[in-house]
Design a protein around this ligand. Structure first.
Ligand SMILES: Nc1ncnc2c1ncn2[C@@H]1O[C@H](COP(=O)(O)OP(=O)(O)OP(=O)(O)O)[C@@H](O)[C@H]1O
Ligand SMILES: O=P(O)(O)OC[C@H]1O[C@H](OP(=O)(O)OP(=O)(O)O)[C@H](O)[C@@H]1O
Ligand SMILES: [Mg+2]
Length: 283
């Protein structure tokens, strides 16, 4: 039987969430130890544990059928792959930052300045688009240390909480690229049913993650108002309570709508509202 391969990060920012996503898809496998390849025991899939920089090329060349990697890495490696699904983790922004006492507020002021980065290709594209000539100094890590050591006038690096910039006395002033982890495949029109099946499992896990299951009780007279607030996947399930005239309404709600809707539901006559996590939603 055919087996497909997925490449994920061996260790680092995306490893844990990538493993968790695959486990939530019902896949059983040993997590990476010394072996850099792991066989899934209940699906024809092998997991390759790689440095993230190598993942786009492995997928482009067909060595791995799928990969999980940050959009920033794909942009930097300039390979051609197809994004099947944004995964909602590893969210960060590539930003340009300067020392906080440096009075740069416009990107035109970067002209002839030196910018340290681990993302020279993305940065060069950005500078070209903005007609700026600057010197790019490529370093492989700890970029934020650059301006403090006099190595560069500015930096271009990944920012998430902003804590690393802050602790190095830097302030961001331009966003270059937003990124999150994505599921990629080879850039071709062909797909296999195994890729499709795994994609469907991943999508059902992601859908469930942003959605909650709600059960509430209400008097029959309030039902229409409540159903308007809780449309559900198709429509809510209504179950009679033992108490005459009372009903239980079962539905799903988007996590982001949760608090505003709970308040509106109470005003509309909902009582005993129970909210539960959902594991998967298969459409
Ligand atoms: N602070 C952060 N918050 C959220 N996501 C991040 C953050 N830093 C990096 N990322 C995302 O996670 C990816 C992996 O980051 P990590 O720091 O583990 O990379 P790395 O050191 O290059 O790892 P590797 O050893 O695999 O080459 C980045 O390419 C980016 O997409
Ligand atoms: O805005 P923050 O939340 O502080 O995150 C930003 C930092 O995270 C990343 O480094 P990481 O900690 O992954 O270490 P690395 O340089 O070894 O990759 C990135 O290179 C920044 O330095
Ligand atoms: Mg890397």
């Amino acid at each position: 039987m055919k087996t497909i391969k997925i490449a994920i990060q061996k260790s680092g920012r995306l490893n844990e969430k990538s493993v968790e996503l695959l486990k939530n898809c019902g896949l059983n496998f040993e997590n990476y130890k010394s072996s850099l390849i792991s066989k899934v025991t209940n699906f024809p899939l092998e997991i390759l544990f790689l440095r993230d920089d190598d993942i786009p090329e492995y997928v482009q060349d067909g060595i791995a059928d799928l990969g999980i990697v940050g959009e920033n890495v794909i942009a930097e490696t300039k390979v051609s792959t197809h994004t099947l699904q944004k995964l909602g983790f590893g969210k960060c922004t590539l930003k340009i930052a300067v020392k906080k006492d440096e009075l740069i507020s416009d990107i035109a002021e970067l002209e002839n300045k030196t910018i340290a980065t681990s993302y020279p290709i993305i940065l060069q594209d950005y500078l070209d688009k903005n007609n700026i000539k600057a010197n790019i100094r490529t370093i492989s890590g700890s970029v934020e240390i650059g301006p403090g050591l006099g190595l560069s006038d500015a930096i271009c690096d990944i920012v998430s909480t902003g804590a690393t910039l802050k602790s190095n006395g830097l302030v961001p002033f331009a966003d270059v690229l937003s990124s999150e982890a994505v599921l990629i495949t080879k850039n071709t029109n062909e797909s296999s049913h195994l890729i499709e099946e795994l994609l469907q499992r991943i999508q059902s896990v992601l859908r469930a993650k942003n959605t909650k299951y709600v059960v509430l009780n209400t008097h029959q007279g309030n039902l229409e108002k409540i159903v308007d607030l809780l449309p559900g996947v198709k429509s809510p399930t209504i179950v009679p309570l033992h108490e005459p005239g009372w009903l239980a309404v079962h539905s799903v709600i988007q996590e982001s709508d949760f608090w505003p809707k709970i308040n509106s539901l109470r005003k509309a006559g909902a009582e005993g509202i129970v909210v539960m996590p959902i594991e998967k939603i298969i459409l």
